[in-house]
Structures are given as C-alpha cells and as structure tokens.
Design a protein around this ligand. Structure first.
Ligand SMILES: Nc1ncnc2c1ncn2[C@@H]1O[C@H](COP(=O)(O)OP(=O)(O)O)[C@@H](O)[C@H]1O
Ligand code: SF4
Ligand SMILES: [Mg+2]
Length: 320
C-alpha cells in the first residue's frame, strides 16, 4: 500500500514561563493510503500536538526542533503558512475537532458554509455547488437534506453539527482526514451513529483517516493500524490485529488488558499506576520507566529507539 503521510523524528517543544515543554520527542509514524490509522495514548501524551503539527496549526509558542512530515514526498514543515493554507489545508488534508460548534459560523446557513468551503478548495462551477452540498449531506446520512441545508448551526443538535462538519470536509474531497477526539463532546448514542457513518464512508470512499482518541473501543471498531503514544514518543506502531494478538510494549500490553477488562477509556485506567509525566522535565531514558514493571537499569539511562520487529510493527523498548 502507498504511504500517504510519513512523520519522521518529529520534535516539538513549547516555550513556557516554567521552561520548555518537550511535547514531541522523535515521533515516527506512517499512514497508508486508504486506511484508518488510530493514534492513542492517555491525555497529555502529545496526540493533538501531532495532529496540529501536520497542518501547521501549532500554538505560537511552539518550536519545531527537528524532523520531517512527508506528504506525497513534500515536507510540510518546509512550506510557508500561506502555502499550507492555499494548497494543503482543506483541499488535501482536513481536520475535524472535538467541538463541532466552534468550527461552524453561526451567521450563515449550512448551505452557504459548505458552498464557501467548496469555492475555496475545489474547482467547481458555481451552478454545480448546490448539488455537491446535497450530495455531501446525504453521504453523512443527514435526513431531509433539501431543507436542512437552509438551516443555521444553532438549529441543529450536536450530533447533526458534527455530521455537517464531516459533510463540509467530504465536499472538499480531501485525501487525508485528521479527526481529533471527534466524539468526545457527543453523548453515547450519537457517538455510535457517528462511528457508523464513518465506517460506511470508509467502505464507500476509501478515505484515509488519522483518528486521534483515548477511547480504545472506538479505535478497535474503526482502525486498521494504530500508533500508541506515551509522553511525547511513539511506544509502538502496529496493525489492529497485532494490537490484540501480539502487543509488545509494556504500555500497550497494559492498555489492551484494560480494554479486555471493564474500562475502555484510558483516563479511567487504574491498572497502570502513576500518570503521564509532565513534559517540562520528563524522566530520562525510557519515559515510561517510572511506571513500568519490567524496567531494568538501562531503561532509566537510555531512550529505547523504535525498532521494526516485523512488517508494519515497530516497538520502542529495551526488552523487546
Ligand atoms: N501551547 C502550549 N504550551 C505549552 N504546552 C503545551 C501547549 N500545547 C500543548 N502543550 C503540552 O504538550 C503536551 C501534549 O499535549 P496534547 O498534544 O494536547 O496531548 P493529548 O492530545 O495527547 O492529550 C502536554 O503536556 C500539553 O500540556
Ligand atoms: S524500555 Fe524499559 S521501562 Fe521502557 S517500556 Fe521497555 S522495559 Fe519498560
Ligand atoms: Mg488532545
């Protein structure tokens, strides 16, 4: 399968009054065309920062210290903000966020907003745009699209707004979609509908998605590959099948065991004592060592590099 996006050795720090926050330290992951790629880890591990770095959306106090983000052989980190805005964002790579409301403009109808997105990102004659709006709304299974498109965001429920967001993106036909905890703000039954819509789109449109979440149950329903993050580094990159059949990193193993138990949300993990360290002064060596039952002396001295153990499976641990 073709590599659509490849992150190599990405290092990002934030400057703060208390000192630099080493948020990403050598992140490596590859997203294959036509797959759903999950990015999981507890809160504060660097998942959102990874997503934001891809689209040049990092906060102003961010400093990219190294690495490359290759999208079809061009390094996105070398493009100017203007070039990203004009040639990549929306058109090639689109992002949906946790709070759909914040991304829709309350002053315009759904139709206006989706048409505007199409105008900005696609070459389509004006008279074709309405048809494209309708088609996109129908793709995400919004009922009565012909009337719904004349409504304003405040007239829609949270779940509907989330689907309008997806419709808006689909209308722009991006090659890669980054979804950062898109269901966290929705209640459980609406989450389930949302995931069903995404699954259908996956089959119909061969969309490529980077799906960021701390909810392993969602990942296991949707994704083909998974990257497990811990404290700003990738602990393990592996297929969905290996996640449950052959996890190697002690952190991954804990996560999987916890899903097989009662809790699925990483923030409820009681099985792993301790919490994600603050990244101002992260632990030396393997950042997981203070919480790892398998740690040996070298673990606190040297950071384990990510090593490939078989095709599509790499792990960063001294003991694997
Ligand atoms: N603008 C910022 N300034 C300082 N620290 C930041 C900033 N943005 C993110 N961070 C820090 O970077 C780390 C990773 O954050 P984030 O990617 O949001 O985690 P996640 O999405 O996995 O919950 C956290 O320690 C967070 O506090
Ligand atoms: S490198 Fe050491 S501390 Fe880190 S996960 Fe492996 S065994 Fe545990
Ligand atoms: Mg986040």
């Amino acid at each position: 399968m073709e590599e659509l996006l490849k992150i190599e050795q990405l290092q990002v720090a934030f400057s703060t009054e208390e000192g630099p926050v080493e948020a990403l330290d050598g992140v490596e992951l590859t997203i294959l065309q036509g797959t759903f790629h999950g990015l999981i880890g507890e809160t504060g591990c660097g998942k959102s920062v990874t997503g934001q770095a891809i689209l040049g959306l990092l906060d102003n106090n961010a400093l990219i210290k190294g690495g490359r983000i290759l999208y079809r052989d061009q390094d996105l980190l070398r493009l100017s903000p203007r070039k990203i805005e004009r040639t990549i964002r929306g058109k090639e790579i689109a992002m949906i966020f946790q709070d759909p409301g914040s991304s829709l403009n309350p002053l315009f109808t759904i139709k206006n907003q989706i048409e505007e997105a199409i105008r900005l990102h696609r070459k389509a004659p004006a008279e074709k745009r309405e048809e494209m709006v309708l088609q996109a709304l129908k793709q995400v299974k919004l009922p009565d699209a012909e009337n719904l498109m004349y409504r304003y965001p405040h007239q829609l429920s949270g779940g509907m707004k989330q689907r309008v967001m997806i419709a808006m993106m689909l209308a722009c036909n991006p090659k890669l979609l980054i979804a950062d905890e898109p269901t966290t703000a929705l209640d459980v039954s609406i989450q389930a509908q949302f995931i069903k819509v995404l699954k259908e789109l996956k089959e119909k449109l061969s969309l490529t998605v980077l799906y960021i979440t701390h909810d392993l149950a969602v990942i296991s329903e949707l994704c083909d590959y998974v990257s497990v993050m811990y404290a700003g580094r990738i602990a393990e990159n592996l297929s969905m099948r290996d996640l449950f059949k052959d996890p190697r990193h002690p952190y991954t193993i804990k996560l999987v065991n916890s899903v097989l138990g009662a809790t699925t949300t990483l923030d409820q993990l009681e099985e792993i004592p301790g919490s994600v360290p603050r990244l101002i002064n992260p632990p030396g060596g393997c950042r997981f060592h203070p919480r790892c039952e398998e740690a040996i002396p070298v673990c606190s001295q040297e950071a384990p590099p990510l090593r490939e153990i078989k095709a599509n499976h790499s792990v960063a641990c001294h003991r694997r």
